[in-house]
Design a binder for this molecule. Sequence first.
Ligand SMILES: *Cc1c(COP(=O)(O)O)cnc(C)c1O
Length: 419
Amino acid sequence: MKSMYDRFGITEDLKTACNMAEEKIRDEFKNIEDIALNNQAKVLEAMQEFGLSDMHFGTTSGYGYDDVGREIIEKIYAKIFNTEDALVRIQFVNGTHTLSTALFGILRPNDTVLSINGAPYDTLKEVIGIAGTSKSSLKEFGINYAQIDLLENNYNIPAILDYIKNNKVKMVIMQRSKGYEYRKSLYIDDIKEAIEAIRSVDKEVVIMADNCYGEFVEELEPTDVGADLAVGSLIKNIGGGLADMGGYIVGKKEYIELCAERLTCAGIGKECGATLGQNKKILQGLFMAPAVVKNSLKVAILASAILDEMGYDVMPKYNEKRSDIVQAIKFGDKDILIKYIQGIQMGSPVDSNALPIPWAMPGYEDEVIMAAGTFVQGASIELSADSPIRAPYVAYMQGSLTYESGKIAILKAIQNMSK
Ligand SMILES: *Cc1c(COP(=O)(O)O)cnc(C)c1O
């Protein structure tokens, strides 16, 4: 029987390094398993409470009226996120579209939206109108934007409160994940503290969390600690690798209605939206998601431990608390970064022969290189790695449906760095 190491050309040295890392990270794995168990219980309980049954796996076409599967999905999501309502739809083309729908749904001309994470995720800059030349940005519709940068990796609460007291702010946006920034992600405790502070000076402002990459990493979600809305993508954590497309918005009923009327149109809202056979995948993916997130986190921790030992700066370190599935690795060298990302592709199940190269991707300012040898195109809950080509050449890696496949791919990638 050939070993995995033989099949993938992993040297004896790297095998030893990997075994040592796995010893070191045992306690972190235990902690992640405990969180996954509680999140699994949350999902299972919601499915049972609403009486999930075979009949919900049916499909609709055309207008999609009375789609019982779609309706139960939205009830289950609302329950899991502890919100009044939810909009979970395959008509969202990606996470950016879902976030954009929420922004356009809530904001009106002359309103101000305040980002308290500094600059938001790259693709949202164009939506807001602080990058690119689109004639369809919020800015074109007369919506103002302001931002307050993080201070030492956390919210600058005095500056936020000062801004809110002195300016009429309609909406505050916060991002849980690091995105393409080399910083720590924001924990639910940080989000809670910021929301409580904001609420002490403004009861009305709509608080929205970009929850991409964050679902099920901790035991609470932003909506458990006061966010009015949370938004994410179904081809990330919460789709569990099975959902083929879509996004979700959870939150207060009145806001969900506004978002639904932006996704569809005034007067139609949530009533339409055919599901084209996706209901079962969305539900089964949700059922799998706590375990898939657990596997992703384990792969991230293993990579973090090995690369840290090799002398690279990693964020977070193997033993640091996490709030998203993203592992950042600072290579400081363009060629090594590219080799690593190409190695991830080589270790993937789909398109393993394709060699990723940097390209100008729509919505991003710098060239980006991406490894995504995934079953669902670009799904970053499957093992994937991407990086804007800019100093200090940081790879952002995330996802893995299984621990075993992720482990093989990262070893392949590390081996490829010296090729
Ligand atoms: C992935 C992501 C988005 C949306 O990206 P899409 O590629 O459009 O799905 C937005 N914000 C964050 C933090 C993300 O990780």
